[in-house]
Design a protein. Structure first.
Lengths: 199, 238
């Protein structure tokens, strides 16, 4: 039984019913990151998938933009408790990028320009669940929100949607990423409120 | 040898308000007694949960403002206009009231008193709170790590912990965005406000635009991105 705080009634956003437990609605787009914003030159930008045998599949910025893109409208949930509903993104489905990748690995470790990493099961990147996104609300993705391109995996807490993404390593064994080594949950399902290790 | 790591889910703990004190017209420090609090590192934060009589609850994260004093912790909370939780914490909460806390949270934006420094702290507005925990931890531990603090607020009346900072044995530079002083015109932080602090670990905390500006200034000055740790907040619905 929770402790009741005297005189607290709360605001009770009408949309709260659509929110995962412990989240609140924001209409802003807060920025959270551990260090300075990397500025990535599109002429040298690369995205690479590296399989468990070390084979590399690489796209330049021009090649990425030449792939079929999808628009998706989705809710996003940050572990710091804000949720934003109905955000619209454009990017390339990971299914498209993985079409020719040979792998039997179960795990992915995502790397960003600037050194950030995050891990997730490979199956969470496939079957229409994840994108390399480069447009947000109809505009090019700005550097503070992860531009030129970020991973978008909206069914997990948003730290899994790595900004400034540049590489996905496929691994036979799970390897925790940056926040996952610092006390945050290894999987991060907002609907099961998996915020911190062992939640 | 097999090492057995025993970890438990970080629990929600009942907290009782020991005391409150105003920091500015719109911010106050809440001192909580939390039986079972496991201790924390300077720079970490805590989750706060408020529950209404019908079971509705709301949660937010707040930075811990001071090292733990046994099972007693301090949060400093600034009012967010139209917020749901901060108006209650800043304007309504009284000693002996109860709420729940969980933590500590966060393992990156932290400073341990065993680290020799130098350290540069750069705060914008209520971003001072986790940095103040580092200043206080340094004093508590008797550390002689060289510390410098640059603290930007609108004016003198908006600064938290002013007397304590003035008395602390660290180099503090105040930057007022709306108030001119004898030595500085009013205005946003510039390169001239930042000390050289070559090789320092730098902690920057404040609103997104402030952190972005300061990070760019630091990189332009030659600081290594790997030595710059940032924490940003809002504007969000706090």
């Amino acid at each position: 039984m929770s402790i009741v705080s005297r005189g607290f009634h709360g605001r009770r956003e009408p949309a709260a019913a659509d929110l995962p437990p412990g989240q609140y609605l924001t209409r802003d787009f807060p920025v959270l990151q551990a260090g300075p914003t990397p500025r990535v030159d599109l002429d040298t930008w690369q995205f690479t998938i590296s399989n468990e045998a070390g084979a590399k599949y690489t796209w330049s910025w021009r090649e990425l933009l030449a792939l079929p893109s999808e628009k998706t409208t989705t809710d996003i949930h940050c572990v710091t408790r804000w949720s934003k509903l109905g955000t619209t993104w454009q990017g390339v489905s990971l299914d498209t990028l993985f079409a020719d990748v040979e792998t039997a690995a179960d795990h992915a470790l995502v790397h960003s320009y600037g050194g950030y990493t995050t891990n997730l099961p490979l199956e969470d990147l496939l079957d229409g669940k994840a994108w390399i996104a480069y447009r947000f609300e109809g505009e090019d993705l700005t550097p503070d929100h992860g531009g030129p391109a970020r991973l978008l995996v909206p069914h997990l807490y948003f730290w899994k949607s790595a900004k400034w993404v540049t590489r996905i390593d496929l691994l036979n064994d799970d390897e925790p990423g940056f926040w996952e080594q610092l006390g945050y949950h290894n999987y991060g399902d907002p609907w099961r409120e998996q915020r911190y290790t062992d939640d | 040898m097999t090492e057995t790591v025993v970890r438990r889910r970080t629990p929600w703990l009942a907290a009782t308000v020991h005391s409150v004190r105003s920091e500015t017209a719109v911010a106050r420090t809440i001192v909580l007694d939390v039986p079972g609090w496991p201790g924390h590192v300077a720079g970490q934060h805590a989750d706060v949960k408020l529950t209404a009589p019908d079971g509705y609850s709301a949660q937010r994260s707040y930075s811990l403002a001071a090292p733990a004093d046994g099972e007693r912790i301090e949060l400093t909370v600034q009012l967010v206009e139209d917020g749901e939780v901060s108006p209650y914490l800043v304007d309504e909460l009284l000693p002996t009231d109860q709420l729940e806390v969980r933590g500590p949270i966060g393992g990156w934006f932290t400073w341990h008193a065993t680290e020799p420094g130098p350290v540069l702290l750069v705060a914008g507005g209520s971003g001072i709170v986790p940095l103040m925990a580092m200043v206080r931890e340094r004093a508590r531990a008797g550390s002689t790590a060289p510390f410098a603090l640059v603290y930007s607020t609108r004016g003198p009346a908006d600064a938290f912990y002013a007397d304590e900072l003035a008395a602390a044995d660290i180099a503090t530079t105040m930057v007022y965005t709306r108030t001119a002083t004898d030595t500085r015109p009013a205005g946003r932080i510039t390169a001239a406000d930042l000390p050289d602090a070559a090789g320092a670990r730098v902690y920057v905390c404040g609103p997104t635009g402030f952190v972005e500006t300061v990070s760019d200034l630091l990189l332009a000055h030659g600081h290594d991105a790997a030595n710059i740790r940032t924490e940003r907040f809002g504007p969000s619905g706090g």
